[in-house]
Design a protein around this ligand. Structure first.
Ligand code: ZN
Length: 422
Protein backbone atom coordinates (compact mmCIF):
# COMPACT_ATOMS: atom_id res chain seq x y z
CA UNK A 1 0.00 0.00 0.00
CA UNK A 2 1.02 3.51 -0.52
CA UNK A 3 0.93 5.93 2.38
CA UNK A 4 0.23 9.07 0.39
CA UNK A 5 -3.27 7.89 -0.31
CA UNK A 6 -5.92 7.29 2.27
CA UNK A 7 -7.83 4.08 2.79
CA UNK A 8 -11.49 4.61 3.34
CA UNK A 9 -13.87 1.86 4.19
CA UNK A 10 -17.50 2.53 3.40
CA UNK A 11 -20.57 0.46 4.15
CA UNK A 12 -19.11 -2.99 4.60
CA UNK A 13 -21.37 -5.58 3.05
CA UNK A 14 -20.77 -9.06 4.33
CA UNK A 15 -21.87 -11.79 2.00
CA UNK A 16 -22.55 -15.11 3.59
CA UNK A 17 -22.00 -17.44 0.70
CA UNK A 18 -23.36 -20.88 1.25
CA UNK A 19 -23.36 -22.34 -2.25
CA UNK A 20 -26.87 -23.78 -1.92
CA UNK A 21 -28.39 -20.48 -0.89
CA UNK A 22 -26.80 -18.74 -3.87
CA UNK A 23 -28.18 -21.27 -6.34
CA UNK A 24 -31.63 -20.77 -4.88
CA UNK A 25 -31.47 -17.03 -5.57
CA UNK A 26 -29.64 -16.87 -8.89
CA UNK A 27 -30.41 -19.20 -11.76
CA UNK A 28 -27.38 -20.69 -13.52
CA UNK A 29 -28.34 -19.08 -16.85
CA UNK A 30 -27.86 -15.59 -15.38
CA UNK A 31 -24.14 -16.08 -14.91
CA UNK A 32 -21.18 -16.99 -17.06
CA UNK A 33 -20.29 -20.55 -16.21
CA UNK A 34 -16.54 -19.95 -16.29
CA UNK A 35 -15.73 -19.14 -12.65
CA UNK A 36 -17.11 -22.46 -11.49
CA UNK A 37 -14.32 -24.10 -13.50
CA UNK A 38 -11.63 -22.38 -11.50
CA UNK A 39 -9.92 -24.88 -9.25
CA UNK A 40 -8.85 -23.83 -5.77
CA UNK A 41 -5.44 -22.16 -5.53
CA UNK A 42 -2.72 -23.65 -3.39
CA UNK A 43 -2.10 -22.06 0.04
CA UNK A 44 1.28 -23.83 0.18
CA UNK A 45 2.23 -22.57 -3.27
CA UNK A 46 1.31 -19.01 -2.30
CA UNK A 47 3.29 -19.31 0.93
CA UNK A 48 6.39 -20.52 -0.96
CA UNK A 49 6.25 -17.43 -3.21
CA UNK A 50 5.78 -15.15 -0.20
CA UNK A 51 8.73 -16.83 1.56
CA UNK A 52 11.01 -16.43 -1.45
CA UNK A 53 10.24 -12.70 -1.63
CA UNK A 54 9.97 -11.66 2.01
CA UNK A 55 12.41 -14.05 3.67
CA UNK A 56 15.01 -15.10 1.10
CA UNK A 57 15.17 -11.69 -0.61
CA UNK A 58 13.72 -9.45 2.09
CA UNK A 59 13.27 -5.69 1.73
CA UNK A 60 13.17 -4.92 -2.01
CA UNK A 61 12.73 -1.23 -2.79
CA UNK A 62 12.66 -0.41 -6.50
CA UNK A 63 16.10 0.56 -7.77
CA UNK A 64 18.01 -1.87 -5.51
CA UNK A 65 19.72 -5.22 -6.23
CA UNK A 66 17.10 -6.89 -4.01
CA UNK A 67 14.34 -5.61 -6.27
CA UNK A 68 16.17 -7.03 -9.28
CA UNK A 69 16.29 -10.41 -7.52
CA UNK A 70 12.55 -10.19 -6.94
CA UNK A 71 12.04 -9.42 -10.64
CA UNK A 72 14.16 -12.45 -11.58
CA UNK A 73 12.11 -14.65 -9.24
CA UNK A 74 8.80 -13.56 -10.80
CA UNK A 75 10.21 -13.93 -14.33
CA UNK A 76 11.32 -17.49 -13.57
CA UNK A 77 7.93 -18.46 -12.16
CA UNK A 78 5.96 -16.96 -15.05
CA UNK A 79 8.23 -18.49 -17.68
CA UNK A 80 7.85 -21.91 -16.09
CA UNK A 81 4.08 -21.52 -16.42
CA UNK A 82 4.39 -20.79 -20.15
CA UNK A 83 3.93 -17.01 -20.04
CA UNK A 84 5.82 -14.74 -22.41
CA UNK A 85 7.90 -12.57 -20.08
CA UNK A 86 9.31 -9.05 -20.45
CA UNK A 87 10.62 -6.20 -18.30
CA UNK A 88 9.16 -2.76 -18.89
CA UNK A 89 11.80 -0.23 -17.81
CA UNK A 90 11.16 3.25 -16.39
CA UNK A 91 13.10 5.85 -14.42
CA UNK A 92 12.11 7.29 -11.08
CA UNK A 93 13.48 9.34 -8.21
CA UNK A 94 15.17 6.89 -5.86
CA UNK A 95 15.49 7.83 -2.20
CA UNK A 96 17.37 6.25 0.65
CA UNK A 97 17.18 7.29 4.31
CA UNK A 98 20.69 6.55 5.56
CA UNK A 99 21.10 7.92 9.09
CA UNK A 100 19.51 10.44 11.41
CA UNK A 101 20.30 11.78 14.87
CA UNK A 102 18.59 14.42 16.94
CA UNK A 103 20.20 15.57 20.19
CA UNK A 104 18.75 17.99 22.71
CA UNK A 105 21.23 20.42 24.30
CA UNK A 106 25.00 19.82 24.32
CA UNK A 107 27.09 16.72 23.55
CA UNK A 108 25.72 14.98 26.67
CA UNK A 109 22.13 15.84 25.85
CA UNK A 110 19.27 13.41 25.29
CA UNK A 111 19.31 11.52 21.98
CA UNK A 112 15.89 11.30 20.37
CA UNK A 113 15.42 8.76 17.61
CA UNK A 114 13.99 10.51 14.58
CA UNK A 115 12.84 8.81 11.40
CA UNK A 116 13.58 10.58 8.13
CA UNK A 117 10.66 11.65 5.98
CA UNK A 118 10.94 10.21 2.47
CA UNK A 119 12.58 12.70 0.05
CA UNK A 120 13.97 14.80 2.91
CA UNK A 121 16.97 16.98 2.15
CA UNK A 122 20.19 16.05 3.99
CA UNK A 123 22.02 18.21 6.52
CA UNK A 124 25.75 18.88 6.09
CA UNK A 125 27.76 15.86 7.27
CA UNK A 126 28.39 17.51 10.65
CA UNK A 127 24.70 18.27 11.09
CA UNK A 128 23.00 21.56 11.94
CA UNK A 129 22.68 23.29 15.32
CA UNK A 130 19.97 25.73 16.18
CA UNK A 131 17.35 26.91 18.59
CA UNK A 132 14.13 24.91 18.52
CA UNK A 133 10.85 26.75 18.08
CA UNK A 134 7.29 25.38 18.35
CA UNK A 135 5.28 26.20 15.22
CA UNK A 136 1.90 24.60 15.86
CA UNK A 137 0.66 22.50 12.96
CA UNK A 138 2.95 24.33 10.54
CA UNK A 139 0.34 26.57 8.91
CA UNK A 140 1.69 29.67 7.14
CA UNK A 141 0.47 32.02 9.89
CA UNK A 142 1.83 29.73 12.61
CA UNK A 143 5.36 29.50 11.17
CA UNK A 144 5.32 33.30 10.64
CA UNK A 145 4.17 34.01 14.19
CA UNK A 146 6.77 31.57 15.56
CA UNK A 147 9.56 33.38 13.66
CA UNK A 148 11.17 30.13 12.54
CA UNK A 149 13.80 31.92 10.41
CA UNK A 150 17.27 30.47 11.11
CA UNK A 151 15.78 28.04 13.62
CA UNK A 152 14.54 24.45 13.73
CA UNK A 153 10.75 24.24 13.60
CA UNK A 154 8.94 21.78 15.88
CA UNK A 155 5.62 20.97 14.24
CA UNK A 156 2.70 18.76 15.27
CA UNK A 157 1.45 16.09 12.87
CA UNK A 158 -2.12 16.55 11.64
CA UNK A 159 -4.44 18.60 9.36
CA UNK A 160 -1.82 19.51 6.73
CA UNK A 161 0.27 17.06 4.70
CA UNK A 162 3.87 16.53 5.75
CA UNK A 163 4.91 18.29 2.57
CA UNK A 164 2.78 21.37 3.32
CA UNK A 165 4.22 21.68 6.82
CA UNK A 166 7.82 21.37 5.68
CA UNK A 167 7.34 23.73 2.73
CA UNK A 168 5.75 26.42 4.95
CA UNK A 169 8.66 26.12 7.39
CA UNK A 170 11.22 26.30 4.56
CA UNK A 171 9.52 29.34 3.02
CA UNK A 172 9.62 31.10 6.40
CA UNK A 173 13.37 30.41 6.62
CA UNK A 174 13.56 27.44 9.01
CA UNK A 175 16.79 25.43 8.71
CA UNK A 176 15.06 22.11 9.46
CA UNK A 177 11.68 20.68 10.48
CA UNK A 178 10.98 18.18 13.26
CA UNK A 179 7.46 16.81 13.16
CA UNK A 180 6.08 14.96 16.17
CA UNK A 181 3.45 12.26 15.91
CA UNK A 182 -0.14 12.93 16.99
CA UNK A 183 -0.71 9.46 18.40
CA UNK A 184 1.27 7.35 20.85
CA UNK A 185 3.57 4.50 19.92
CA UNK A 186 5.95 3.79 17.05
CA UNK A 187 6.52 6.44 14.41
CA UNK A 188 5.23 5.32 11.01
CA UNK A 189 7.10 5.79 7.74
CA UNK A 190 5.91 8.93 5.98
CA UNK A 191 6.64 10.71 2.74
CA UNK A 192 7.02 14.25 1.47
CA UNK A 193 6.13 13.05 -2.03
CA UNK A 194 8.95 15.12 -3.59
CA UNK A 195 12.34 16.46 -2.48
CA UNK A 196 12.20 19.11 0.26
CA UNK A 197 14.38 22.22 0.60
CA UNK A 198 15.19 21.56 4.26
CA UNK A 199 15.86 18.37 6.26
CA UNK A 200 12.70 16.92 7.76
CA UNK A 201 12.34 14.19 10.38
CA UNK A 202 9.61 12.74 12.55
CA UNK A 203 9.72 11.86 16.26
CA UNK A 204 7.25 10.16 18.59
CA UNK A 205 4.41 12.00 20.26
CA UNK A 206 6.06 11.37 23.64
CA UNK A 207 9.36 12.91 22.47
CA UNK A 208 7.52 15.88 20.95
CA UNK A 209 5.66 16.58 24.16
CA UNK A 210 8.90 16.44 26.16
CA UNK A 211 10.41 19.05 23.82
CA UNK A 212 7.33 21.27 24.17
CA UNK A 213 7.63 21.03 27.96
CA UNK A 214 11.31 22.03 27.76
CA UNK A 215 10.42 24.99 25.51
CA UNK A 216 7.90 26.23 28.08
CA UNK A 217 10.81 26.39 30.59
CA UNK A 218 13.16 28.35 28.31
CA UNK A 219 15.22 28.15 25.16
CA UNK A 220 16.21 24.75 23.77
CA UNK A 221 19.04 24.08 21.33
CA UNK A 222 19.06 20.93 19.24
CA UNK A 223 21.56 19.24 16.96
CA UNK A 224 20.15 17.44 13.91
CA UNK A 225 22.00 15.25 11.45
CA UNK A 226 20.25 13.73 8.43
CA UNK A 227 21.98 11.65 5.78
CA UNK A 228 19.96 10.79 2.68
CA UNK A 229 20.47 9.81 -0.95
CA UNK A 230 18.16 11.08 -3.70
CA UNK A 231 18.92 10.24 -7.34
CA UNK A 232 17.37 9.15 -10.63
CA UNK A 233 17.44 5.37 -11.06
CA UNK A 234 15.99 2.84 -13.43
CA UNK A 235 13.59 0.08 -12.43
CA UNK A 236 11.00 -2.19 -14.07
CA UNK A 237 7.55 -3.59 -14.18
CA UNK A 238 7.76 -7.33 -14.83
CA UNK A 239 5.07 -8.61 -17.20
CA UNK A 240 4.01 -12.15 -18.08
CA UNK A 241 1.60 -12.40 -21.02
CA UNK A 242 -0.57 -15.22 -22.22
CA UNK A 243 -2.51 -14.61 -25.44
CA UNK A 244 -6.25 -15.21 -25.55
CA UNK A 245 -8.63 -15.14 -28.53
CA UNK A 246 -8.86 -11.35 -28.14
CA UNK A 247 -5.76 -9.13 -28.19
CA UNK A 248 -7.40 -6.87 -25.62
CA UNK A 249 -5.74 -7.51 -22.29
CA UNK A 250 -6.92 -8.17 -18.79
CA UNK A 251 -4.34 -7.31 -16.13
CA UNK A 252 -3.81 -9.11 -12.84
CA UNK A 253 -1.35 -6.90 -10.98
CA UNK A 254 0.39 -6.54 -7.63
CA UNK A 255 3.30 -4.37 -6.56
CA UNK A 256 6.62 -6.14 -6.27
CA UNK A 257 8.53 -3.47 -4.34
CA UNK A 258 8.57 -3.00 -0.58
CA UNK A 259 9.61 -0.06 1.57
CA UNK A 260 13.23 0.14 2.70
CA UNK A 261 12.75 -0.95 6.32
CA UNK A 262 10.36 -3.88 5.86
CA UNK A 263 10.54 -7.44 4.50
CA UNK A 264 7.08 -6.67 3.12
CA UNK A 265 5.45 -10.07 3.65
CA UNK A 266 1.89 -8.81 3.67
CA UNK A 267 2.80 -5.56 1.82
CA UNK A 268 3.15 -6.98 -0.78
CA UNK A 269 4.75 -10.41 -1.14
CA UNK A 270 1.23 -11.65 -0.44
CA UNK A 271 -0.19 -9.90 -3.54
CA UNK A 272 2.59 -11.18 -5.81
CA UNK A 273 2.15 -14.69 -4.38
CA UNK A 274 -1.58 -14.53 -5.15
CA UNK A 275 -0.91 -13.15 -8.65
CA UNK A 276 1.50 -16.01 -9.37
CA UNK A 277 -1.06 -18.53 -8.12
CA UNK A 278 -3.73 -16.89 -10.31
CA UNK A 279 -1.26 -17.16 -13.21
CA UNK A 280 -0.93 -20.89 -12.54
CA UNK A 281 -4.72 -21.38 -12.47
CA UNK A 282 -5.19 -19.44 -15.73
CA UNK A 283 -2.28 -21.15 -17.49
CA UNK A 284 -4.39 -24.28 -17.85
CA UNK A 285 -7.59 -22.64 -19.11
CA UNK A 286 -8.72 -21.29 -22.51
CA UNK A 287 -8.70 -17.48 -22.47
CA UNK A 288 -11.01 -15.05 -24.26
CA UNK A 289 -9.14 -11.86 -23.32
CA UNK A 290 -5.36 -12.03 -23.25
CA UNK A 291 -4.00 -11.94 -19.72
CA UNK A 292 -1.02 -10.08 -18.32
CA UNK A 293 0.29 -10.89 -14.85
CA UNK A 294 2.25 -7.83 -13.70
CA UNK A 295 4.59 -7.16 -10.81
CA UNK A 296 4.68 -3.37 -10.59
CA UNK A 297 7.77 -1.41 -9.57
CA UNK A 298 7.88 1.69 -7.40
CA UNK A 299 4.35 1.49 -6.02
CA UNK A 300 5.70 2.64 -2.69
CA UNK A 301 7.15 5.74 -4.40
CA UNK A 302 3.69 6.86 -5.49
CA UNK A 303 2.11 4.20 -7.77
CA UNK A 304 4.82 4.96 -10.34
CA UNK A 305 5.10 1.58 -12.11
CA UNK A 306 1.39 1.20 -12.67
CA UNK A 307 1.11 4.81 -13.85
CA UNK A 308 3.93 4.17 -16.35
CA UNK A 309 2.31 0.96 -17.58
CA UNK A 310 -1.06 2.69 -18.09
CA UNK A 311 0.57 5.59 -19.98
CA UNK A 312 2.37 3.21 -22.33
CA UNK A 313 -0.18 0.45 -22.76
CA UNK A 314 -3.44 1.43 -21.07
CA UNK A 315 -5.21 1.74 -24.43
CA UNK A 316 -5.40 -2.00 -24.94
CA UNK A 317 -6.38 -2.90 -21.37
CA UNK A 318 -10.00 -3.96 -20.85
CA UNK A 319 -9.81 -4.16 -17.06
CA UNK A 320 -7.61 -5.04 -14.10
CA UNK A 321 -7.52 -6.76 -10.74
CA UNK A 322 -5.06 -5.37 -8.20
CA UNK A 323 -3.95 -7.30 -5.14
CA UNK A 324 -2.11 -5.49 -2.35
CA UNK A 325 -1.96 -6.86 1.21
CA UNK A 326 -4.00 -10.02 0.78
CA UNK A 327 -2.12 -11.99 3.42
CA UNK A 328 -4.12 -11.68 6.63
CA UNK A 329 -7.57 -10.56 7.69
CA UNK A 330 -10.89 -10.46 5.88
CA UNK A 331 -11.25 -10.72 2.12
CA UNK A 332 -12.50 -7.41 0.70
CA UNK A 333 -13.25 -6.11 -2.78
CA UNK A 334 -13.74 -2.54 -3.95
CA UNK A 335 -12.20 0.35 -5.82
CA UNK A 336 -11.98 4.11 -5.58
CA UNK A 337 -14.00 5.18 -8.63
CA UNK A 338 -17.56 5.08 -9.90
CA UNK A 339 -17.22 2.13 -12.31
CA UNK A 340 -18.27 -0.85 -10.19
CA UNK A 341 -18.61 -3.47 -12.96
CA UNK A 342 -15.59 -5.47 -11.87
CA UNK A 343 -16.39 -5.03 -8.19
CA UNK A 344 -19.86 -6.43 -8.84
CA UNK A 345 -18.27 -9.25 -10.82
CA UNK A 346 -15.91 -10.03 -7.96
CA UNK A 347 -18.78 -10.13 -5.47
CA UNK A 348 -20.73 -12.52 -7.71
CA UNK A 349 -17.68 -14.69 -8.30
CA UNK A 350 -17.02 -14.83 -4.56
CA UNK A 351 -20.58 -16.03 -3.99
CA UNK A 352 -20.19 -18.78 -6.54
CA UNK A 353 -16.85 -19.85 -5.10
CA UNK A 354 -18.21 -19.89 -1.56
CA UNK A 355 -15.89 -17.07 -0.44
CA UNK A 356 -16.99 -14.52 2.09
CA UNK A 357 -16.12 -10.97 1.01
CA UNK A 358 -16.77 -7.48 2.29
CA UNK A 359 -17.49 -4.76 -0.20
CA UNK A 360 -15.53 -1.56 0.54
CA UNK A 361 -14.32 1.66 -1.04
CA UNK A 362 -10.54 1.54 -1.32
CA UNK A 363 -7.77 3.60 -2.91
CA UNK A 364 -4.10 3.71 -2.03
CA UNK A 365 -2.70 1.18 -4.50
CA UNK A 366 -2.01 0.48 -8.18
CA UNK A 367 -5.63 0.04 -9.30
CA UNK A 368 -5.97 3.81 -8.86
CA UNK A 369 -3.59 4.35 -11.83
CA UNK A 370 -5.99 2.35 -14.04
CA UNK A 371 -9.10 4.04 -12.69
CA UNK A 372 -7.58 7.46 -13.42
CA UNK A 373 -7.39 6.37 -17.07
CA UNK A 374 -11.02 5.20 -17.07
CA UNK A 375 -10.13 1.50 -17.03
CA UNK A 376 -12.47 -0.66 -14.91
CA UNK A 377 -10.62 -2.09 -11.93
CA UNK A 378 -11.22 -4.03 -8.74
CA UNK A 379 -8.97 -4.14 -5.72
CA UNK A 380 -8.71 -7.30 -3.63
CA UNK A 381 -7.38 -6.65 -0.14
CA UNK A 382 -7.59 -8.19 3.32
CA UNK A 383 -7.61 -5.07 5.48
CA UNK A 384 -5.36 -2.74 7.42
CA UNK A 385 -2.26 -4.17 9.05
CA UNK A 386 -0.56 -2.49 12.04
CA UNK A 387 2.78 -3.90 10.82
CA UNK A 388 2.58 -2.12 7.44
CA UNK A 389 5.94 -0.55 6.47
CA UNK A 390 7.68 -1.87 9.59
CA UNK A 391 10.28 -4.63 10.19
CA UNK A 392 7.42 -6.58 11.79
CA UNK A 393 5.66 -7.32 8.47
CA UNK A 394 7.04 -10.88 8.38
CA UNK A 395 6.12 -14.19 6.78
CA UNK A 396 5.01 -15.83 10.03
CA UNK A 397 2.03 -13.48 10.25
CA UNK A 398 0.56 -14.53 6.90
CA UNK A 399 -2.52 -16.71 6.53
CA UNK A 400 -1.82 -18.79 3.39
CA UNK A 401 -5.52 -19.50 2.90
CA UNK A 402 -6.26 -15.77 2.40
CA UNK A 403 -3.69 -15.56 -0.41
CA UNK A 404 -5.14 -18.64 -2.06
CA UNK A 405 -8.66 -17.20 -1.87
CA UNK A 406 -7.50 -13.92 -3.37
CA UNK A 407 -5.75 -15.80 -6.18
CA UNK A 408 -8.82 -17.85 -7.05
CA UNK A 409 -11.06 -14.79 -6.96
CA UNK A 410 -8.69 -12.82 -9.21
CA UNK A 411 -8.58 -15.66 -11.74
CA UNK A 412 -12.39 -15.94 -11.67
CA UNK A 413 -12.80 -12.21 -12.36
CA UNK A 414 -10.26 -12.39 -15.19
CA UNK A 415 -12.26 -15.16 -16.86
CA UNK A 416 -15.57 -13.40 -16.41
CA UNK A 417 -14.24 -10.04 -17.64
CA UNK A 418 -14.38 -11.03 -21.32
CA UNK A 419 -18.17 -11.25 -21.14
CA UNK A 420 -18.57 -8.28 -18.88
CA UNK A 421 -16.35 -5.76 -20.67
CA UNK A 422 -17.41 -6.52 -24.22
ZN1 ZN B 1 2.97 -0.33 1.16
Amino acid sequence: MNTISVLRRAGALALAAAAGAVLAVVGPTDLPAAPALIPAASPDGALRHAAALSRQIGARPSGTPAFQQAVEYVEGQLRALGYEVERQPFAFLYFEARAAALRVGGPDGEELHPSILEYSAATPAVGVDGPLVAAGLGRAEEVRRAAVGGRIALIARGDLTFREKVEQAATAGAIAAVIYNNRPGATPGATLGAPSRIPAVMISQEAGERLLALLRQGSVRVHLRVETLTEQRGTWNVIGRRAGRDARTFVIGAHLDSVEVSPGANDNASGIAAALEAARLLAALPLALSVEIIGFGAEERGLLGSAHYVRERGGRVAGMVNMDMVGRGTLMVGNSAGDTRLVDAAVRAAERLGLRVERVRLGGSDHVSFERAGIPAVFIHTGDDPAIHTPGDVLERLEPQRMAEAARLAAAVALEAAELLR
